[in-house]
Write a protein that binds this ligand. Structure first.
Ligand code: SF4
Ligand code: SF4
Length: 433
């Protein structure tokens, strides 16, 4: 079967400190949960009072504005207080602290099943909105908002299930997909119906995980949408929407198809959609890859939303040495955290604790004109030139337009120059000019 990739740049990315594909370990239920209400960019307003008892899955925060989402409690308990903190990016975060009390409504009980085929697209979107389903990556965009914009598209759409694992820190999403194939497939069909414009569903799967692709296609045989499997390369950043679209356009051309615009979703959000619609269950937990050289026993864990990151690390045997940096998400694109009390949120797919030797970069040298940065840039930028222009105060912000921050240039630079940071800054200035 032919493999489709983006045409230029990129590089293989591996990390031996990431956990392997072994079985997923259930994290302990936290005695104290910190359930995020949002940050400076999006917010939910508490609908419960301090001291009030809440049930597992109960609405505790209501999204008020555009892009905001509802928040449910992942545990039963008593609301102790509202907490807030500023993260390393300067965003103000708010959360409700809940002490575990009472019995679980769902854990260990038989789940109810709703047959959703008779529901309209609007009914499905309402359920998705009520249960606060978000993209479960990046900034956690509201899925209901994404569905509304998809409906406004003039042409037909192709829904793409992205199972592209070019980054070893996406291993938790691989495990989630492997363990919840039916939920991912049904979630795709539900979103397709809610969008009302979807013509077909493509499962885009890394070539090295073809077996997973075959399982998805076999499960999807009963859907009312035409489905196909497209194998992609595993060169980083193949999973980025831009690079995935380029690979899919090559497939479209080769097969003589007209796929229209793409709606791309990872397995975590699709599985969450299935649980919300079929089991009336909000997002209570997240598969998280926990590793990095500073973690004693790296593993994939199923963690309740709101569990403190320090507790998750304790359950991996703690630190093997003092971490120099802890990142939520991939080390290439993730967010550094300041406190071990920060909670696991809906978008947290990895926790990486790095040692001093992992984060220390070689001393910066002058550019040696090796051309490596240019050759790996998937967008076709010339990081060397942009960096030199910036240093020489020759302002040309436009030359950085298109950079999507993959970091390939920074990884390969033998002179350890801060290419990524410089170019992202220029890109930002160009966008806001
Ligand atoms: S970070 Fe930007 S400039 Fe560097 S390789 Fe990626 S897209 Fe190109
Ligand atoms: S990779 Fe680094 S040293 Fe090589 S050309 Fe680019 S900036 Fe210069």
């Amino acid at each position: 079967m032919k493999v489709y990739s983006f045409p230029r740049g990129g590089l293989p990315y591996d990390d031996s400190t990431a956990p392997g594909k072994e079985a997923v370990v259930n994290a302990y239920l936290p005695t104290i949960s910190i359930i995020p209400l949002g940050d400076s960019l999006k917010k939910a307003y508490p609908v419960v009072s301090i001291g009030e008892c809440v049930k597992e899955g109960m609405l505790i925060g209501r999204g008020a504005g555009s892009g905001d989402v509802n928040i449910q409690s992942s545990v039963p308990g008593r609301v102790l207080k509202k907490v807030s903190w500023k993260d390393k990016d300067g965003l103000n975060n708010e959360a409700l602290m809940i002490k575990l009390e009472g019995s679980f409504e769902r854990l260990g009980r038989r789940e109810e099943i709703l047959h959703w085929n008779g529901l309209s697209g609007y009914d499905l979107q309402k359920i998705i909105s009520d249960y606060g389903i978000v993209e479960m990556e990046n900034f956690g965009r509201s899925l209901s908002e994404m569905i509304s914009s998809a409906r406004r598209e003039k042409d037909k759409l192709t829904l793409v299930v992205r199972c592209v694992f070019d980054d070893p820190w996406l291993i938790a999403d691989y495990a989630l997909c492997r363990d919840n194939i039916r939920a991912v497939v049904d979630g795709a069909a539900i979103v397709a119906k809610a969008c009302m414009k979807v013509n077909q569903i493509i499962f885009a799967v890394s070539r090295k995980e073809k077996e997973l692709g075959d399982m998805l296609i076999s499960e999807a045989g009963s859907l009312e949408y035409p489905v196909s499997l497209v194998l992609t390369g595993s060169r980083y950043p193949q999973h980025n929407n831009r690079e995935l679209e380029l690979a899919l356009r090559a497939y479209e051309k080769k097969e003589g198809l007209n796929l229209g615009n793409f709606l791309i979703f990872g397995p975590a959000v699709l599985s969450a959609v299935h649980d919300a619609v079929v089991h009336k269950k909000p997002i209570l937990d997240r598969y998280v890859a926990v590793g990095g050289a500073a973690i004693k026993n790296p593993q994939i864990m199923k963690v309740r939303i709101g569990t403190r990151i320090g507790e998750v690390i304790d359950q991996c045997g703690g630190f093997s040495e003092a971490p120099a940096k802890i990142v939520v998400g991939s080390p290439l694109s993730g967010r550094e955290i300041s406190y071990l009390n920060e909670p696991v949120g809906k978008t947290c797919y990895a926790i990486v604790a790095m040692t001093k030797s992992q984060v220390s970069t070689p001393k910066q040298q002058n550019c040696i004109n090796c051309g490596e940065c240019r050759s790996v840039c998937p967008v076709g930028l010339d990081p060397q030139i942009i960096y030199k222009q910036t240093r020489a105060m020759e302002i040309d912000n436009a030359s950085a337009v298109g950079c999507h921050g993959c970091g390939c240039c920074k990884i390969v630079c033998p002179s350890a120059l801060p290419l990524l940071e410089t170019i992202l800054e220029k890109n930002q200035e160009a966008v806001s000019a």
